[in-house]
Design a protein around this ligand. Structure first.
Ligand SMILES: Cc1ncc(COP(=O)(O)O)c(C=O)c1O
Length: 477
């Protein structure tokens, strides 16, 4: 019987996209993260101990398999500050952290706030509110770039994006959206409709009608011309769609394409903002990973020349402990009182709100915005030097404490394979990171990581890069 199931799954398994020699497709194949079936992964797994492999086998037995997660990489025992530890005692600097660990793992203020709330009010059933939720709504409403703002809370980023989409429909009476190919806004059917990552959309069936797409930021220069000019013309193209359609509800985008660290020039979003205003279209920014100090400002859009009408945040808001996301909207968009925009069971979670309030306090107390700017700039200089002196990388870029190093083809190997080899060489040295878009190694440490730990992790990363470079032509088959 189980054989039948396996066979059926096998038959239904998505086929790889056809290989293409067009560079813009080659890199897109990598999507949101690294594959969990590469030769590097197999070698890594073979080097794990019996107990770990036993648990990984059980995980693979009991969880539905999906790309990017099960089968899993390793089994964790603990997490603290910038470090995760596996059950065999490996200490790993976590420069991935799902972009949810701005304040580090297990920050005492976050843990204390959650414990206190847990003892007092573990849950807030619908129809009730609670002090922590109200205080969080007030604080975020004050912090939002489009003050005054009102908020709704949700148990995941994808759910908060869904709220934003519904609110945009209610507020405009329209349903169409314009978003970017290769973007990611969550794994639900509505969010993959506006998202543009092929890995999530492939074989998903019919998606939300009216979800229109434009090329991603990283291809502005390829499709529309060099330098700032390419971005201007991409913005013109968006304006053209808003004009010819005439009934678009919202432009929805990550202001910075997170997974591939693509930061547009300030003029780009300013131009799109003006187009939205001209055509009565709402601008929705998805800042789920880029919010709360990561880029050196509370919200990335504060540095990018445009205020959204709706801003969605999540991930680090729960302190790397509690799943909570928030949709923040201009207060005058509070027009859907008769609709059910969210209605999530854990909507006004006092625990999530307590965690989020502690995170906001820590960002202020520890001066994390200024730190992200200072440490971010110094580290980017260091990484640019590394990129220019290593045959593995073509370039380094970043904003605040988030950096991306683009990996090159090397010794007859495709960039994605080289990036994969770098990941496992790096893990062997105790540093974890995420590969975005197939060939961008993204480094995302806690904003309060001690300097000494940051230096050690970057040294280990550089040593891993040197090892992979020296193995040209001898990467795992
Ligand atoms: C830009 C962006 N939007 C939305 C999401 C979805 O958030 P969640 O996983 O909390 O649903 C993510 C998660 O990685 C993200 O990076």
């Amino acid at each position: 019987m189980s054989g039948d199931v396996d066979d059926r799954c096998q038959a239904a398994a998505p086929q790889p996209l056809p290989t293409s020699d067009r560079g813009y497709m080659k890199e897109a194949l990598g999507g949101e993260g690294e594959a969990n079936s590469s030769p590097g992964r197999r070698n890594w797994t073979a080097g794990l101990g019996d107990e770990t492999r036993g648990l990984l086998d059980q995980d693979a037995k009991y969880f539905l398999h999906q790309s990017l997660s099960t089968p899993c990489l390793d089994v964790l025992e603990s997490a603290t500050g910038s470090t995760i530890a596996d059950i065999e005692g490996r200490q790993i600097f976590d420069f991935h952290g799902n972009s949810a660990h701005q304040v580090g793992y297990g920050h005492p203020q976050v843990v204390q706030a959650i414990k206190a709330e847990l003892d007092r009010l573990p849950f807030s059933p619908r129809r009730y509110t609670n002090r922590a939720a109200v205080e969080l709504a007030r604080r975020l409403g004050d912090l939002a770039p489009m003050r005054p703002a009102k908020v709704l809370m949700a148990p995941s980023g994808a759910a908060a994006i869904s709220i934003a989409l519904k609110l945009a429909r209610c507020a405009t009476g329209r349903y169409k959206t314009v978003s970017m190919w290769e973007s990611f806004h969550g794994a639900n059917l509505d969010t993959i409709s506006i998202g543009g990552d092929p890995m999530f959309r492939r074989d998903a069936g019919p998606l939300l009608a009216g979800s229109e797409h434009v090329p991603p930021l990283r291809l502005a220069n390829r499709f529309f011309g060099e330098g700032v000019h390419g971005y201007e013309r991409l913005a013109d193209y968006i304006d053209y769609i808003l004009e010819v359609e005439g009934d678009v509800a919202a432009v929805v985008a990550e202001p910075i394409r997170w997974t591939t660290v693509d930061v547009p020039p300030v003029a780009f979003w300013r131009q799109v903002r003006a187009s939205c205003d001209r055509h009565g279209v709402l601008l929705i920014f998805d800042e789920i990973p880029s919010c709360l100090g990561r880029t050196g400002s509370m919200f990335a859009c504060e540095q990018l020349g445009a205020e959204p009408d709706i801003l969605v945040i999540g991930k680090g808001l729960g302190g790397g402990v509690f799943p909570i996301a928030v949709t923040m909207a201009r207060a005058d968009l509070d027009v859907a009182g008769a609709a059910a925009l969210g209605h999530y069971t854990y909507e006004k979670s006092p625990l999530g709100a307590a965690a989020a309030l502690a995170v906001l306090e820590i960002i202020e107390d520890e001066g994390l915005l200024a730190r992200a700017r200072a440490v971010g700039a110094a580290t980017l200089r260091h990484l640019r030097h590394l990129a220019s002196s290593s045959p593995i990388f073509t370039s380094a870029r970043g904003i605040g404490m988030y950096w991306g190093l683009e990996v090159d083809d090397l010794g007859g190997r495709r960039a994605a394979e080289v990036a994969d080899a770098l990941l496992y060489a790096s893990l062997q040295r105790g540093v974890s990171f995420k590969i975005g878009g197939g060939n961008v190694t993204t480094l995302c440490p806690p904003l309060n990581i001690p300097e000494e730990e940051l230096s050690r992790a970057l040294e280990a990363f550089a040593a891993a890069a040197a090892e992979v470079a020296s193995e040209q032509g001898q990467l795992p088959n």
